[in-house]
Design a protein around this ligand. Sequence first.
Ligand code: 13P
Length: 238
Amino acid sequence: MNKKPIVAGNWKMNKHPKEGFSFVDEIQDLLLDINHVSVIFAPPFTGLFEMNVNPPFYSAAQNCHWENSGAFTGEISVSMIKDCGANYVIIGHSENRQSGETDKLINLKIKSAIKSNLKVIFCIGETLQQKRKKITKQVLNKQIRFGLNKIKIKNNIILAYEPVWSIGTGVIPKKNELFETINFIKKKINKCKVLYGGSVNPKNIIVLKSIDNIDGFLIGGASQDPNKFIDIIKKTYN
Ligand code: 13P
């Protein structure tokens, strides 16, 4: 585990703004003296505006459009996200890939974000079918190659390895397999931080944090419950 791990909570389409604000206040109050870990909250767009966070707490959008403005109904630009005070944007989540987001679009989004100095959490991961076919490395390689096509400076990009078969299922990869996959990703992108995401909970965090090369976690379900999220954060740095 990295010396200063990142614990990010992706709320997906959950929490109305007021619930989100009080959730974040509660967590910040209960974890007043933490500085060995960075905590990122990713609310829906409606909850992003004026989210009141101070380091080591940060906020993230869950997606963005690649253009800065224009006729794109329902979309949000990077500058709008920055205007809300967010520091990060999640790009390439498998739930968006499954509804048609391509590597090419992901690449445009990442370029737009880093051009404006918005940090990126770039999600990659194989499906169960791809895992069974033993093509995980080819899949990840393609996602990385196309997603980061023509992007030279990568220091504002954090990778999140989220095997699709692990998201929301309660199943996590075997320790040695996860170590190997994270290593594979790190070899592709020099000095890049890699988070793990998929069914992280207060129990399995003990095993997950013992994997040396993981830099932190991207958490869905368990990040929406204050007790579970705090438990995970504390166990991550203790
Ligand atoms: P779960 O933690 O609910 O499996 O979700 C993971 C995820 O998709 C985070 O982006």
